[in-house]
Ligand binder design. Structure first.
Ligand code: SUG
Length: 429
């Protein structure tokens, strides 16, 4: 069995509107000028690098933005330009809400339980409702359409609709799976937030995590609902994947990620004796430095030779205590043998690091073959996508541009060209 990383291609409307309260990078960069073309090319470079490492890589498509349909639900009418112009005049935040390129962060697209863990031995995917943030709550209908296309074979996959909005669910960003190896039965840790000293929202509700585990048909003995630490949320860890990441037998975590770390570690050690817990102490890397550098939002991957590599954002190299810790780690005897640095500055400035940009799906060969190949990548497709991005993605977007009809049209043209290049019909996704 293998793990496939499905990265979200950065959409042409990528901008800095500061919509996510509690996400410090996004709020600190509110109002800045974005670079959608560079952002999408940075994403392609990461996907290409994963292929170069010998890993299997897929992609999900940017959603249709601006999402005019949502504005129509709010009572705006007329043709698309009239709807957008009226909404812009009424409240520019509405246009920012429907223009966010947030579907790029596919760690929030769904929670995935691979076949070895589920009662019916199929891979289960629950689309996240992302109901805490308005701009993200509009993603799930388009996400479910893509997932039903990509994973449409019911012999191997079960795709569940988003949970009711009253239960906040943010997908795989708050879920960690550990197993002796990808293809073996594993344990699944669902991390939820209760409250936060800072007043930042705890986006993942315990009841949502429990519902996802139930829907996926997991054995309760293999599941732990874990409370994210109040201190982590208050420091800006709006998702657990900002402070912890797991891969096969390894949990890589900040000391202050969980409210009760001893309980978490005891569960892991009892259920998976070969587990290695790499805990970074706060005296070496403070929560603030972890969140600024996104050390734990790295991708921890198993390479074809069986060793593990950590794919970190460039900000880790720029944060001295983090870089020093990483150097020591790869020089030591631990499971992380290699560090790869990727420049993802554009996404990072909205609080999205390497791990936010990907959804992991573990499959066997038969399930791999059943995936719609339009969602899978190879180097030649990366080349085609890069050329398309160069041609169609805006070079920059300033806040006032969001009200410009020329930008709305450019986003539409860019997405249409993308669909055509990848072989999708205009209304298919
Ligand atoms: O939901 N940023 C995203 C970042 C998501 C990161 N994902 C993971 N940690 N897995 C969010 O806060 C900013 C968009 C804006 O402000 O326009 C934003 O939505």
């Amino acid at each position: 069995m293998r793990e496939i990383n499905f990265d979200g291609l950065v959409g042409p409307s990528h901008n800095y509107a500061g919509l996510s309260f509690g996400n410090l990078a996004a709020t600190n960069n509110a109002g800045a000028v974005s670079a959608p073309r560079a952002a999408a090319l940075q994403g392609i470079a990461k996907m290409r690098h994963m292929l170069d490492l010998g890993l299997t890589q897929g992609l999900f498509l940017p959603h249709d933005r601006p999402a005019v349909g949502w504005l129509r639900e709010l009572g705006f009418s007329g043709d698309d330009d009239a709807v957008l112009a009226a909404a812009w005049a009424a409240d520019p935040t509405l246009i920012a809400t429907v223009s966010s390129a947030s579907p790029m962060w596919t760690a929030n697209a769904a929670t995935v339980s691979p076949a070895p863990d589920t009662a019916d031995e199929r891979c289960h995917l629950s689309v996240a409702n992302l109901s805490t943030m308005p701009h993200r709550s509009i993603e799930h209908p388009q996400t479910v359409r893509q997932l039903r296309l990509a994973f449409g074979d019911p012999a191997h996959f079960a795709v569940h609709d988003a949970l009711p909005a009253a239960l906040g669910d943010e997908g795989a960003a708050n879920h960690m799976r550990m197993a002796p190896r990808h293809g073996a039965r594993g344990i699944e840790l669902f991390v939820y937030g209760e409250r936060s000293a800072s007043g930042f929202p705890a986006r993942q509700h315990r009841s949502a995590s429990a519902a996802v585990a139930r829907r996926h048909g997991l054995d309760p003995a293999d599941v732990l609902l874990v409370q994210q630490s109040v201190a982590a949320i208050a420091a800006g860890a709006f998702h657990n994947d900002v402070v912890a990441v797991a891969n096969e037998t390894v949990l890589f975590t900040h000391e202050q990620a969980f409210e009760d770390p001893a309980d978490v570690y005891a569960f892991i050690r009892a259920r998976l004796p070969e587990a290695v817990i790499v805990e970074v102490p706060a005296v070496r890397v403070s929560l603030a430095a972890a969140i600024k550098s996104y050390l734990f939002n790295s991708q921890l991957v198993t390479l074809p030779d069986g060793t593990m590599a950590l794919i970190v954002p460039g900000e880790c190299r720029e944060t001295p205590e983090v870089w020093a810790w990483l150097q020591e780690t790869i020089a030591g005897n631990g499971p992380i043998r290699r560090v790869e640095v990727m420049s993802l500055r554009e996404s990072m400035r909205n609080g999205g690091g390497p791990a936010c940009l990907r959804l992991r799906v573990v499959v066997d060969d038969a399930a791999h073959a059943a995936i719609d190949p339009r969602f899978l990548l190879d180097p030649a497709k990366c080349d085609r996508l890069a050329a398309l991005i160069e041609r169609h993605w805006p070079e920059s977007i300033a806040p006032a541009d969001l009200g410009d009809p020329a930008l709305w049209r450019q986003c539409g043209t860019a997405r249409a060209a993308l669909l055509e290049t990848l072989g999708f019909a205009a209304d298919e996704v």
